[in-house]
Design a protein around this ligand. Structure first.
Ligand SMILES: [Zn+2]
Length: 238
């Protein structure tokens, strides 16, 4: 999978903020707003200053906060995606990667969370592999009836779909699949190829390891038909 580092020019359209502690200017999405218990002024901390603050509070080792530059990666159909990174100390040492949509995190998002002693480069390497694996999978396919028929529709490609649950600023619930936003109605239409089937909806935290195959292996419900030698002896009806 081709990738390249993205130049600093990509920063120009993205909102930035100045950290109240180190006074450095950073991309706004990496900031944490801290409010004091006595109702004092809210503090805006960059990732590095927040991580140092959190390490003092939690007793975790102070992590090396690296400003990993944005990276461009391509998905399985060759579409480019630019990923930004945020190193964050929480219940462990985590890194979140995301695309920006209209200046805010959106599109594809991937996260990892490791033991707080883990070197940050090791956490990054794990996340990078997770992004590559995620981009290599595609869950939606077009019915591809041809442009003249004007009724191409999207359907799920296999039996399983991974995505992310989101909501728009106006509260509309949406899902993100293959890095693309769908309303639940649109998403529901993509499932009509499986009308009558059962389904199971299970939610996972972003840092959890989950099955990502669109066709996960399951026991064959008609295993007795799977024996090819038997199938060959059966008369064939068409
Ligand atoms: Zn700072």
């Amino acid at each position: 999978m081709e990738n390249k580092k993205v130049g600093q020019n990509s920063k120009s359209q993205i909102p930035t903020e100045i950290c109240d502690t180190c006074r450095k200017e950073n991309l706004a999405f990496g900031f944490t707003h801290l409010t004091s218990k006595d109702g004092g002024a809210c503090q805006k901390l960059c990732s590095e200053c927040y991580n140092q603050f959190h390490a003092m509070q939690s007793g975790f080792p102070r992590p090396e906060t690296v400003n990993f530059p944005p990276v461009m990666l391509h998905d399985s159909v060759g579409k480019a995606h630019i990923f930004y990174f945020d190193v964050r100390l929480s219940t462990g040492l985590g890194i979140k990667s995301f695309e920006l949509v209209d200046g805010s995190p959106g599109g594809y998002q991937f996260s990892v969370l490791e033991h707080p002693d883990t070197p940050v480069q090791e956490v990054y390497a794990k996340l990078y592999k997770k992004i590559e694996a995620g981009l290599a999978v595609r869950y939606m396919r077009s019915s591809d009836f041809g442009a003249e028929l004007h009724h191409d529709r999207l359907y799920i490609k296999g039996a399983a779909v991974n995505g992310r649950i989101c909501q728009r600023a106006d509260g509309t619930p949406v899902v993100i699949v293959d890095g693309v936003e769908y309303t639940w109605e649109e998403f529901g239409e993509t499932l009509t190829s499986h009308e009558g089937f059962q389904f199971r909806l299970e939610c996972f935290d972003q840092c959890e390891e989950t099955e990502i195959s669109p066709n996960p292996q399951r026991p064959d419900p008609v295993w007795w038909l799977a024996k090819t030698d038997l199938a060959e002896q059966e008369p064939q009806y068409h």
